[in-house]
Design a protein around this ligand. Structure first.
Ligand code: ATP
Length: 361
């Protein structure tokens, strides 16, 4: 062994109309996604939207009720075929790491290689332990390790068989914030080295943006939007996605004459009929404060110091609801009661129907 995980044969992963039903509940419903070899995709979505079920189907723990899963264009699950987990070369890492308490760290990692002769398995396990910086714990037991170290062992165990496809179910949620960033970067580096095609489930949009080549946002068993982090931020297809990727103000409006007449001008509400309730979204970072007399008239209602950012709540003339602005700290001193001018960046303004999907633009 060369002391690192050798490149695996990166695989394309394709979900074609995959559904999974439990009684009346669809955990997945016509789920479609095509993942390129070596790509890292983050799955993001509310609790119960089917993320774990998708991983279970990909690994082979679960069968789809309908649809097909292809790995490198070969059907591994579908109406005509089912390949068991051990034949798929898919690695799985759980949220709680699921280390075996009664096995040494080395044996925990070598567990993924139990098809190999013991000595060879140990040699490879040792090499990957060195790669994650835990050689000296080889003969220790998991309980003496810190959370971050346990996470590294779990990662080593999942990656040592060089899976073509790596599945991770909220792999960082048990770690504190600082450790989380370090582990995210280390994990990503290891995934790139092994060229594993990866699906990472997360609840955190920021984590998805940091890790994913693409992000797939799910709701009720389906993909609602898939794209790069920039796409999700700039062109969210629905209000709930806009909320995930940016801090926004939500201003209730009504569509009249195909547009919204707001204090910042008329904004087209394409495809939305008159009388429809719409939500005008204004990014909190898209609001700037100036001297009174410039822009819209405003009065500061509240100021909160958040470190790099100052969160200012402003009553703005023409708006029924107060707006929140996130201003870089040091950019002026703002205090409660002050009269200010408010300018709103049109780039930071989006319109959505108040319930359901966007206006189709
Ligand atoms: P979370 O983020 O909370 O982990 P999730 O997105 O991973 O949620 P799943 O665990 O995939 O969601 O579950 C999707 C839906 O399917 C849920 O409504 C869940 O209750 C249901 N479900 C999952 N597994 C089963 C099962 N074995 N039997 C019955 N219902 C199930």
């Amino acid at each position: 062994s060369r002391g690192r995980a050798a490149a695996s044969f990166a695989a394309r992963v394709t979900f074609e109309d995959v559904s999974r039903r439990y009684g009346d509940i669809y955990a997945l419903r016509d789920f479609n996604l095509d993942i390129a070899p070596g790509e890292v995709v983050c799955l993001l979505g509310p609790s119960g939207c089917g993320k774990t079920t998708l991983l279970r189907i990909t690994s082979g723990i679960e069968k789809p009720s309908a649809g097909r899963l292809l790995i490198n264009d070969r059907e591994v699950a579908g109406p005509d075929r089912f390949e068991p987990p051990e034949r798929r070369n898919v690695g799985l890492m759980f949220q709680d790491f699921a280390l075996f308490p009664h096995l040494t760290i080395l044996d925990n990692v070598a567990f993924g290689l139990r098809a190999l002769p013991r000595e060879e398995a140990h040699r490879e396990a040792m090499a990957i332990l060195a790669r994650v910086g835990l050689e000296r714990y080889a003969s220790s037991y998991p309980h003496i390790l810190s959370g971050g170290q346990q996470q590294r062992v779990a990662l080593a165990r999942a990656i040592v068989p060089r899976p073509s496809v790596m599945l991770m179910d909220e792999p960082f949620s048990g770690l504190d914030v600082q450790l989380r960033e370090t582990m995210q970067e280390e994990t990503l580096a290891l995934l790139r080295e092994t060229r594993s095609t990866s699906i990472i489930v997360t609840h955190h949009p920021e984590e998805a943006m940091r890790l994913g080549d693409r992000i797939a946002v799910m709701r009720a068993g389906r993909v609602v939007q898939v794209g790069k982090a920039e796409d999700m931020y700039s062109r969210p297809s629905e209000l709930f996605i806009a909320r995930m990727f940016s801090e926004i103000n939500e201003v209730p409006q009504t569509v009249t004459g195909g547009e919204i007449a707001s204090p910042i001008g008329r904004i087209p509400a394409l495809g939305m009929s008159d009388g429809t309730k719409a939500t005008l979204c204004i990014r909190q970072r898209g609001i700037e404060l100036r001297s009174a007399g410039e822009g819209l008239a405003g009065r500061i209602l509240h100021v909160r110091f958040l470190g790099d950012i100052i969160l200012v709540e402003i009553g703005v003339s023409g708006f029924d609801v107060p707006l929140h602005a996130r201003l870089p700290a040091g950019n002026g001193s703002w205090h409660k009661g002050a009269e200010v001018g408010v300018s709103i960046d049109p780039e930071g303004v989006l319109v959505f129907p108040s319930n359901g999907s966007n206006n189709g633009t």
